[in-house]
Design a protein around this ligand. Sequence first.
Ligand code: ADP
Ligand code: MG
Length: 584
Amino acid sequence: MNNIKKLPENLINQIAAGEVIERPSSALKELIENSIDAAATEISIYLSDGGKTLIEVVDNGKGMTLDDLSMCLERHATSKISDGDLMCIDSLGFRGEALPSIGSIANLCIESFDKSKSEAWKISIINSKKHVEPSIIRFGTKVTITDLFFKVPARLKFLKTNGTEIRYCKEVVKHLAMSHPKISFTLTIDSKKIFYWDKSERNNFEGTKNRLNQVMGEDFINSSVSVEMERDGLMLAGMVSMPTLNRNTGREQYLFVNNRPVKDRNLIGALRGAYKGLIENNRFPVAVLFLDIIPQDVDINVHPAKAEVRFKDSAKVRSIIVSGVRKSLESAGLNTAIEISNALIDKMSFSTKSINEISYDSNNLDLNNINISPSSRFTENFDSDSFEKKKTYPLGSAIAQAHGTYIISENENGLILIDQHAAHERIVLEKIRAGFLNSNIQKQILLIPEVVELTEDHFDVIIKQKDNLLKLGLAIEEFDTNTILIREHPAILDKVNFSTLIKDIADEIINFGSEFILSERLDNICGNMACHSSIRSGRLLLTSEMNALLREMEVTPNSSQCNHGRPTFIKLSVKDIEKLFGRT
Ligand code: ADP
Ligand code: MG
């Protein structure tokens, strides 16, 4: 016989908490959203031990009466849906389940000032027992969560290190701060004040721009363009980076729908579409975009944490993002030249077959014994061969350099066009990788160590991976708060911008979280290094240097493709050329 019973209230709340409160950052998000909904203009956040022992949010919002205070812990009790219409929600909260859920898995204490009566009350749930007592606070509301998940130890086990949890929390604060420039935010972690982002009274996009400066930093503001477009009842505003400012991951793409942060795959895809042909496929622009749409055309209720949304007409949304972003990038002087040449190249046949297949066996080569560097230190050995002799090599004999970017070479079958930057980048990658795998990377000591200032997140992961980076030839030392010194670098790297290099590496590591294993991400990390130090397009090369590069390519594994998967050279056989001229 079945014995069906109704679940006890506390268990229902714990189950709901499982959906809404996944980690400290999700609890924090609920609290800040409540403060925003309460019309606060000052929000202070305190976290300890990654939020595991303390999450506290203090606001100067409208506060609660004693009745409200007792009600707010009831499940599905909310002050935010007045006419019962789920389709017209303009507050951040609406489910009325955050506080009771949190109360079921943690110790929770809420203090609030009731302006109308000029009195304050404190209600707390400690070890599942409710207490009500007078409070001394004189404004707004203070919510304190201690020992999150102590009642559900299984969840506790799934939490990451304090550093990682803090990173999630900061992301939450960043998102909400960007979309609420008229509110000041203060963040204090383990009793240390991390930032104070003062509010701006300015209207329109000016206030948001000021906030983006605080959150994203000046770098972003200086190398980005504003986006503004209105179409079919949709409004798009924001800032997106010029293609030159790009990242290893999409972590710095912030998207908002009706001022609500969302991580929506379609929107991210649209952004990628906007940069098509302007940025390499594995790089990500930095972007902050706000999309406004009439509430009836979007369903925000599809995801318990409200991160995903569903649009009535997603094609329309995609289109405004692609064209809005594209228009701004184009008006900033970027055109789509790359797309045009892609079409042209498609018409020609080019070889992506590895040249190693043609003649050389690269397996037995010790790459460190090959002498190549992007400087005038090229050896002249290869040049002692005659022009005719060099033509017998797979990549032939260099004839000329065009546009300071392409090497034109002639071999017995025809002509070869080589992208000098892409080719060199691949060689550098393979050399660093080989140096790492054979533990014999050649290092260069910096006479004046390079000082690099990082964000706290970047600093943490870089210091953690210090030993690994040393094996890759990067000797790093802690210098000051969030500042490192670089003392040595792989000898093959030349004129590196260490600041971007280190940030890119840090992003790569963060992207893989605590599961990061260097040997598995070796290609990406080496690729980052190579990318920042290769013969730049635009550098003039001597014929001897060009020939040395060609010989090096012939013995380097995978050298027919650059690190981004594009070909490094194009072969045009005499037959191909004849075809182009209509001779056959
Ligand atoms: P929701 O936000 O979905 O309504 P919550 O459980 O987060 O549900 O909060 C329940 C209610 O408690 C809210 O509707 C609001 O009336 C009240 N409340 C919560 N936090 C605050 C705050 N910081 N200031 C004023 N009222 C608050
Ligand atoms: Mg809420």
